[in-house]
Ligand binder design. Sequence first.
Ligand SMILES: C[S@@+](CC[C@H](N)C(=O)[O-])C[C@H]1O[C@@H](n2cnc3c(N)ncnc32)[C@H](O)[C@@H]1O
Length: 432
Amino acid sequence: MSDSSRLTELAKQIADNTKIVDEYTRANGISLGFSVDSTAAFPSDAPAEVLEARRIVKEATQELNDLVTGPAEHLRWLACRYHDLSSLRWIYHFNLFSHVPLDQAITFEELASNAGVDAVQAKRILRHAMTNNIFHEPSAGKVAHTADSALLVRERGVRDWVGYTTEESFRNAGKLVEATEKWGSSNRFDQSAYQVAWDTDLPMFEHLGKFPERAERFANTMTDMTSTDGYNIRHLVNGFAWESLPEGSTVVDLGGSVGHACVAIAEKARSLQFVVQDRPEIVSQGEKQLEEISDEQIRNRIKFQAHDFFTDQPVHGAAVYLMRFILHDHPDSEAVDILRKLVPALKNGSRIVIMDGVMPEANVLPKSEERTMRIMDLEMMTTFNAKERERADWEHLYSVADMRLKLKSVERPVGSAQSVMEVVFEDEKAAL
Ligand SMILES: C[S@@+](CC[C@H](N)C(=O)[O-])C[C@H]1O[C@@H](n2cnc3c(N)ncnc32)[C@H](O)[C@@H]1O
């Protein structure tokens, strides 16, 4: 059956919803464009109907593009998308972005000489990247920044994200088949594509700990993720009633990285105290970044503590133990160990707030939201042999770890790729 009526339907959806987005951006001084002075990020706090219209435009344009391209052309060129990453990686690795001024074009030769790379290679790489709106050629032989390439200069978080994904995730993903060939369906966390890609027996975080610059880049990537649509930190801040906790309550953030989640919660819940736990090298980085926060009221309520969550939890009786993006990094046996090391620190009624993906059935979520979650699932597979769990997997995990851990609620805030799960420890006899 012909899809021609679908084409017209999509075109109408695009026109109608683009109008909503356009009216909002004009009224709010948001400039969507490719030039360096364009708005870098669509406001995540835009009204819900505008965010919904934007989602429809994104999905409908993608579908329309794929339909008019046709399956044969689509599949062939989809299979060549690796060069989107290979050119971006080259640009990142050789720091090309930092050698182009933000306010003027320079010749390919000048850029190559400043960056210490070959001019002919640089021109070929850049001209490919330009087809993705990363840099442009305003006049023959000259290169200038676009909004995308300028972000690599201006925003450390985006730069580190691009560095982590192109230098590390891309490398891991390229070894997924080899890992399956080698270890079959193993779900040991030291038998993933990561170990093949980096020729190591160590699990990812232990291995990363040996390379301080890579560990720092990973932590910055995690912070940067809190600005994305699906993983925006507002979903955690608004997804649990932090202000309803008794005044002065303590929140312990296990594997809390450099403290970005606690800082965001502390901005809203002004009476809570926080302990951010992580590996020692990350704790040092977090302490340094905390010093840079100007609001003393926030700074004074956040403490860092080096703690390995595979060992006994040292902070007993906290109101909430938070784990965001932790259990999904671990196959079931390790996830159970992490929970069991926490249990002795819990009192009756203690809460564990777990923020992670809860995978839907196929075709339940809008495609763009499902895609983000599926990307994360494969990221877990390649890096840790772990996975994004379905609700039944989560329930099973908690009950295997300890029958007294009861899953009370699962909420997925609108637009969030993660859900907030509240697990309560129910044991009348539990001693502190
Ligand atoms: C995927 S990141 C999540 C960070 C943060 N919770 C967030 O939501 O962005 C996982 C974190 O767990 C930390 N981590 C890994 N193994 C750990 C361990 N054995 N003990 C404590 N922290 C660990 C990592 O250093 C990293 O900061």
